[in-house]
Design a protein around this ligand. Structure first.
Ligand SMILES: Nc1ncnc2c1ncn2[C@@H]1O[C@H](COP(=O)(O)OP(=O)(O)OP(=O)(O)O)[C@@H](O)[C@H]1O
Length: 603
C-alpha cells in the first residue's frame, strides 16, 4: 500500500504541478475557515453579551461575513481544481497502464484470468483517480481542521475533548477494516463480474447475434448473466449490511457524546463557569471536531481502499516482461541460413499437457515449409513459438544459429509477416485494415493498394462507397449518419480473409512469412487464386504454410506431418506420397472427396 501511495503521489506531482500548488493553497484556506468561523462567532457573541466597543463588533462581523463567503465559495473552487487534476491523473495513468500492457511481449498474461481481473481493477482504480487526489488532500484538510477545532475545544473542556477524540479510534479501526474488506470483495467477485460482463456483451454484439437467434439461446445467456449479477449483488448486499451496522453504531456513539457535551455546557453556563460565547464555541467545536473526525476517518478509509485498488495498477505497470530479455540482446541479422527447432518441448502451463514433444525442424532460408496434421496436432502452437509469443520449456529455436531468446522480441517480429488462422477484423476503414500491418507506412496509399492487389481484394475495396476510406463496420457512425448505408459496410468472410492477407503483404518482403490457413473460408476459385498469389509472394522467400487443404501445400519444398506434437513424417509431396504414410492417406482421403461417386448401374 505504501508503494501504491508513493506511486499515486509521484503521478500527481508529475501530472500538473502548478494546479497541484493552487489546489494545496485553496485546501489550506478551506481547512482553517471553519476554525476562524467558530472563534469569530464566539467573539461576536461575547462582545454582544458583554457590550464590547461598536467598532470592534463591526470589524468582527465583517470578518465573520468574509469567512462565510470563503466557506461558501472555496468548495466550488477546490472541486473544480480537484476534477481537473483527477482528469489529468486518469489520462496519465491510463496511458501508462496501456503502455505497460504493450510491454508484455508474449501472450501468457492475456490467457491468465488473474491478469484480467487485475487489469479490470487497475482500470477502475484509474477512474477513481479523482478520489485518490481529492481523498489525499481531503484527509490533510480534515486533519488541519481537526487540529484547530481540537485546540479550541481544549480551551473549554479538556475532558470533553478527550472523549470526542476517543470516539474516533474505534471509528478509524472499523472503517479501515471495512475498506480492506470492500477492496478484497472487489477482487473476490471479479470473476463473477467479468462473467456477467461477458454474457452481457454477447447479448449485444453482432458477431453473436446470428447464433443467438438461430439457436434461440438468448434467454439462456440472459439467465446466466442474471445469475452472475445476483451473485455479485448478494455479496454487495452482505457488505452493505455490515457497513450499515458499523456506521449506525458509530453515529449513535457520536450523537450521545455531542448530546452529553451540550447538557454539560448548558449546566456550566448556568453556573457561570462558561460564557455564552464559550457555549457557542463549544457547540461549534464539538460539531466541527466530530465532523472533521468523521471526514478524516472515512477519508482515510476511502483512500485506503482506493490505494489497495491502485495497487493493481502499480502491479501491472511494474510487472516484468513475461518473456525474459537479456540485458544485452543480440542483433538479428537477415535470415541467410535458416531457422532450426531443436528438440522443442512446449506446454501452455505446468497444468497443461505437452503440446510439442521434441520437435526437430529446419526451415531453410528461401524455402517454403508446409506443416500439416490433424486438428489439435500443435501446428498453430509451433507458429506461436516461431513468433516467440511463448518460450519452449525445453529445447531451442535458433535463427541462423542465434537462439531467439537472446534477441529482443520486437527485432524478431520486425523480420516476420503473416496471417493467423484467427486473424483480426478491425472495425476501422479499409485502408486502416490493410495498413495496420505496417503502421510506419500507413499513409502510403499506393502501397496499400498494391498489397490489396496482391491479395486480390483491391477491386472490392476501391469500389466501396467511400473507397478505401469506407468503414468496414456498422458499429461506429455519427448520430445523423445512422441511416446512411455508405457509412460502413460488412465484408464477407472470404473478403475479410483476403484483407487480412493484404495486411500481411503490406509489410513488404520480410525474412519469414507465416501463413496459418490462408485459404480458410474461401470459395474454390478464390482458394486457387489466393494459393497462386501466396505462392508467388513466397517465391524466393522463407515461408511456413499451415493448411488442411493438402492441394495447397503440395508444391512446398518441404512438408512435415505433425501428430500429437511430434513430427512423424517429412519430405516433399512426391516423397511422402511414395512413402504411403499418413500424408498419403490424408491426401488420398481429400482427393476421394472430390472424385465423382461411381454411378449406380440400373439393369
Ligand atoms: N492458449 C492455450 N492454452 C492452453 N491450451 C491451448 C492453447 N492454445 C491451444 N491449446 C491446445 O493446444 C493443442 C494444439 O493446438 P493448436 O492450435 O496448436 O493445434 P492445431 O494443430 O493448429 O489445430 P487446428 O488444425 O485445429 O488449427 C490443442 O489441444 C489446444 O487445445
Amino acid at each position: 500500500m505504501i508503494g501504491a501511495a508513493r506511486a499515486a503521489a509521484d503521478v500527481a506531482l508529475r501530472t500538473a504541478p502548478g494546479m497541484l500548488a493552487a489546489y494545496v493553497l485553496v485546501m489550506l484556506v478551506e481547512a482553517v475557515t471553519p476554525i476562524a468561523m467558530a472563534w469569530l462567532t464566539k467573539l461576536v457573541v461575547d462582545d454582544l453579551a458583554g457590550g464590547g466597543p461598536a467598532a470592534e463588533l463591526i470589524s468582527l462581523a465583517v470578518a465573520l461575513a468574509v469567512t462565510g463567503v470563503l466557506i461558501a465559495a472555496l468548495p466550488q473552487v477546490s472541486q473544480y481544481l480537484g476534477s481537473q487534476m483527477a482528469r489529468a491523473f486518469t489520462a496519465r495513468t491510463t496511458a501508462q497502464l496501456f503502455t505497460a500492457t504493450l510491454r508484455f511481449a508474449g501472450l501468457k498474461p492475456f490467457e491468465d484470468p488473474d491478469f484480467h481481473d487485475r487489469l479490470r481493477l487497475a482500470q477502475s482504480s484509474l477512474q477513481s483517480g479523482q478520489s485518490i487526489v481529492a481523498g489525499s488532500f481531503g484527509t490533510i484538510r480534515s486533519s488541519i481542521t481537526l487540529v484547530g477545532m481540537v485546540g479550541s475545544l481544549l480551551v473549554i473542556s479538556p475532558i470533553l475533548t478527550g472523549i470526542v477524540l476517543l470516539t474516533g479510534v474505534p471509528a478509524l479501526v472499523a472503517q479501515l477494516r471495512l475498506s480492506r474488506r470492500r477492496a478484497s470483495l472487489m477482487w473476490e467477485i471479479g470473476p463473477t463480474e467479468r462473467r456477467q460482463m461477458f454474457y452481457g456483451s454477447l447479448l449485444g454484439t453482432v458477431e453473436a447475434a446470428k447464433e443467438i437467434r438461430l439457436f434461440d439461446s438468448g434467454r439462456f445467456l440472459r439467465g446466466r448473466m442474471m445469475t452472475e449479477l445476483r451473485t455479485a449483488n448478494a455479496a454487495h448486499r452482505r457488505m452493505d449490511l455490515r457497513e450499515l451496522a458499523v456506521e449506525g453504531a458509530l453515529t449513535l456513539m457520536g450523537a450521545a457524546v455531542a448530546g452529553g457535551g451540550l447538557v454539560w455546557a448548558v449546566a456550566a453556563a448556568r453556573s457561570g463557569a462558561l460564557s455564552v460565547g464559550d457555549v457557542s464555541l463549544l457547540i461549534a467545536a464539538v460539531a466541527a471536531v466530530q465532523g472533521a473526525l468523521h471526514n478524516l476517518v472515512s477519508g482515510i478509509a476511502a483512500l485506503h481502499q482506493d490505494l489497495i485498488l491502485f495497487g493493481h495498477y502499480v502491479a501491472v505497470t511494474r510487472a516484468g516482461s513475461d518473456l525474459p530479455v537479456p540485458a544485452e540482446p543480440r542483433p538479428l541479422p537477415r535470415l541467410s541460413h535458416g531457422i532450426e527447432f531443436s528438440d522443442v518441448w512446449f506446454r501452455y502451463s505446468d497444468r497443461h499437457p505437452w503440446i510439442l514433444r521434441g520437435v526437430n525442424l529446419f526451415i531453410p532460408a528461401g524455402r517454403a515449409v508446409a506443416v500439416v496434421g490433424l486438428n489439435g496436432a500443435g501446428k498453430s502452437t509451433l507458429v506461436k513459438l516461431l513468433c516467440r509469443f511463448y518460450d519452449p520449456q525445453r529445447g531451442s529455436i535458433t535463427w541462423d544459429g542465434v537462439d531467439i531468446r537472446l534477441v529482443r522480441p520486437e527485432d524478431l517480429r520486425h523480420r516476420l509477416t503473416g496471417l493467423f488462422q484467427d486473424h483480426m477484423t478491425y472495425d476501422m476503414s479499409a485502408a486502416d485494415n490493410v495498413s495496420i500491418g505496417f503502421v510506419a507506412a500507413r499513409d502510403d496509399r499506393e502501397r496499400i493498394r498494391a498489397a490489396a492487389r496482391r491479395a486480390g481484394i483491391d477491386d472490392k475495396l476501391v469500389s466501396l462507397p467511400r473507397g478505401y476510406d469506407t468503414l468496414l463496420t456498422r458499429v461506429f457512425f455519427e448520430e445523423d449518419e445512422a441511416d446512411d448505408p455508405e457509412i460502413g459496410v460488412q465484408l464477407s468472410g472470404g473478403q475479410w480473409q483476403r484483407t487480412a492477407l493484404a495486411r500481411a503483404m503490406f509489410r513488404g518482403h520480410r525474412d519469414l512469412m507465416i501463413l496459418d490457413e490462408p485459404s480458410a473460408g474461401l470459395d474454390p476459385e478464390a482458394e486457387a487464386d489466393v494459393h497462386a498469389r501466396t505462392r508467388h509472394q513466397r517465391e524466393g522467400a522463407t515461408s511456413v504454410l499451415i493448411s488442411h487443404r493438402l492441394n495447397t501445400v503440395r508444391d512446398a519444398d518441404h512438408i512435415v506431418v505433425l501428430e500429437h506434437g511430434r513430427i512423424v513424417e517429412a519430405g516433399t509431396h512426391d516423397e511422402l506420397m511414395t512413402a504411403g504414410g499418413r500424408y498419403a492417406r490424408l491426401f488420398g482421403l481429400q482427393a476421394q472427396g472430390y472424385a465423382e461417386p461411381p454411378r449406380a448401374v440400373v439393369s
